[in-house]
Design a protein around this ligand. Structure first.
Ligand SMILES: [Zn+2]
Length: 80
């Protein structure tokens, strides 16, 4: 476990259930992937987003995009 990063939010990822269609090579989702992010600082929930592509993009960017709109950045930061 890493202790280097500060936990500021919780990322929930549901990989869903899908099976590759042998004929088309595409995945048929019986339960599509979804993801959501809950910020522990401002209490905002982002998402959920659904779909493999959207989930991948969301997971890759949310930790950098949320802080740009996190409402607690206006509060006085707790100095170390
Ligand atoms: Zn926030």
């Amino acid at each position: 476990m890493s202790t280097a990063s500060v936990l500021t939010g919780a990322l929930f990822i549901d990989l869903g259930e899908g099976r590759e269609d042998k004929g088309t090579g595409r995945i048929r989702w019986s339960r599509p992937p979804r993801a959501r992010y809950e910020c522990l600082r401002c209490g905002t929930t982002e998402g959920p987003v659904t779909g493999a592509r959207d989930v991948a993009a969301f997971v890759a960017t949310i930790r950098t995009t949320h802080p740009t709109r996190c409402t607690t950045t206006h509060e006085g930061a707790r100095a170390a």
